[in-house]
Write a protein of this length. Structure first.
Length: 76
């Protein structure tokens, strides 16, 4: 179960509060200290394709959009 998919079960357990409480106790993802899920993109929140150099903390798609504004140049 990934960090984003555990909330899909809430629709089914909305009418059963006891089971929902037990589900959250055992299945909610723990906060990450390192690894892929520890630093989401500052702009869009994506977890993969992370550019962490120079403390940017951007995904690669957002980095392409904001690179010229940050002062990066494209060399051919």
């Amino acid at each position: 179960m990934t960090a984003g998919s555990y909330k899909k079960v809430f629709k089914q357990l909305k009418n059963k509060p006891v089971k929902l409480k037990k589900f959250l106790k055992h299945n909610a993802p723990k906060p990450r200290k390192f690894g892929v899920a520890s630093k989401p993109c500052k702009i869009c929140g994506r977890l993969g394709g992370h550019v962490g150099q120079y403390k940017l903390d951007l995904c690669r798609q957002c980095f392409r959009d904001y690179a010229t504004k940050l002062g990066f140049k494209k060399y051919y």
